[in-house]
Write a protein that binds this ligand. Structure first.
Ligand SMILES: *Cc1c(COP(=O)(O)O)cnc(C)c1O
Length: 370
């Protein structure tokens, strides 16, 4: 399909970055810096500083970051892990695979964890609470931390979609014990494949994760326990470090494009927009996605496709409605309703203003809004 507006535009991204990235890749390969070299250390240091965290541990992907944390915390049978069903399955799978029971809070109007429902779902067995900063917007973390403190639960933030977001001036991912990030190509900070990181202020935990990601090795020939192979490739780290330096301007561009959608779609009846970049003085949202909601979602997707506009539904089926997961006893009315109505519009830093206008114009025609 020849899209007029792609959901993510990797070819355009490469066209813009090629001249600077090729020499960097060449240098890294020419030096033979392939595993656990200075490029990875530099990226980890810069990433921690960017997020105002003490430590960053590069890992193979966000899911593996959660897996190493589940191992380090020794989560297992008898433990409940509390999160939302409106998230990617990876938020919870590493914990369930260790024998923990998944528990779901419903979501609120901003698509994030509903704090009242979270409070209602906490039990004496709640071991870990995983708020998900979906679409680049930070969950109400002060309240989550308060509830977790009362319950004696550990908080791990799934910040795969929220690198650089803040709430009340504090960076997402710095509230809980640790936070996990994804460098999947379509994420805010993307690699040329899979990548991820765990951020934390807890030095012993960070050291433990460094060992766990590398077969339990504390030195070349010394092993301090069973471990995994979950390293972040050095070449990916070199590319990610270069991109991290440019991330603030790319986030600003995302926010600018979100404002443009807001301006052009704000008066369309029967279409709800996400909370805008300037609507909430407490937050700096980084707009991993621009999700709209409408009862006519499926017809709108077809209409946009016919106009050459690529969209994404995250996610059409909530986790507790996935037949293969055996979670169908859960009832989460707001989550279920959102999954029937939500649609993410194209939003990435390579988009031109007039591409936003094309998308907005097509949506206005669909709704007969002129
Ligand atoms: C992308 C994503 C993940 C998984 O990240 P991977 O790097 O692909 O393992 C987890 N949680 C959320 C919310 C995500 O968006």
């Amino acid at each position: 399909m020849d899209w007029r507006v792609r959901f993510v535009d990797y070819p355009e991204q490469w066209r813009r970055q090629r001249a600077e990235l090729l020499p960097l890749i060449e240098d890294t390969l020419a030096a033979g810096d392939l595993m656990l070299r200075h490029q990875l250390l530099e990226f980890e240091n810069n990433l921690a500083a960017f997020n105002t965290s003490r430590r960053a541990v590069g890992v193979s992907n966000c899911t593996d970051g959660l897996r190493l944390l589940a191992h380090a915390l020794d989560v297992g049978p008898g433990d409940e892990v509390l999160t939302v069903a409106h998230t990617f399955v990876a938020t919870i799978s590493p914990f369930v695979l260790r024998g923990a029971k998944p528990v779901f809070a419903d979501i609120g109007p901003d698509h994030l964890m509903d704090i009242d429902d979270l409070a209602a779902k906490i039990t004496s067995r709640t071991r870990v609470i995983i708020p998900v900063h979906l679409n680049g917007r930070t969950v109400d973390m002060p309240t989550v931390m308060h509830l977790a403190g009362e319950a004696g639960a550990t908080v791990i933030e799934d910040a795969a979609q929220a690198l650089g977001a803040t709430l009340d001036g504090q960076t997402a991912g710095t509230f809980g014990l640790a936070s996990t990030y994804s460098f999947y190509p379509a994420k805010l900070l993307g690699a040329f494949g899979d990548g991820g990181a765990v951020l934390t202020d807890d030095e012993p935990l960070a050291d433990r994760l460094l060992h766990l990601r590398d077969h339990g090795r504390v030195a070349k020939a010394e092993i301090d326990g069973w471990g995994y192979n979950c390293r972040l490739d050095n070449l990916q780290a070199a590319v990610l470090d270069w991109r991290l330096a440019r991330l603030p301007q790319w986030i600003e561009r995302r926010r600018e494009l979100a404002r443009r959608y807001d301006e052009q779609l704000g008066d369309v009846p029967d279409l709800e927009l996400p909370v805008g970049p300037n609507a909430d003085g407490r937050r700096y949202d980084v707009f991993q996605n621009y999700p709209v909601t409408t009862d006519a979602r499926d017809r709108l997707v077809e209409h946009l496709r016919a106009d050459g506009i690529e969209t994404l539904i995250s996610w059409p089926v909530p986790l507790h409605r996935q037949k293969g997961l055996g979670l169908e006893h859960w009832k989460l009315p707001h989550t279920e309703r959102l999954c029937d109505r939500v649609l993410s519009l194209p939003l990435h830093p390579e988009l031109a203003d007039d591409q936003i206008d094309i998308v907005a114009g097509s949506i206005r025609r669909f709704f007969g809004a002129g």
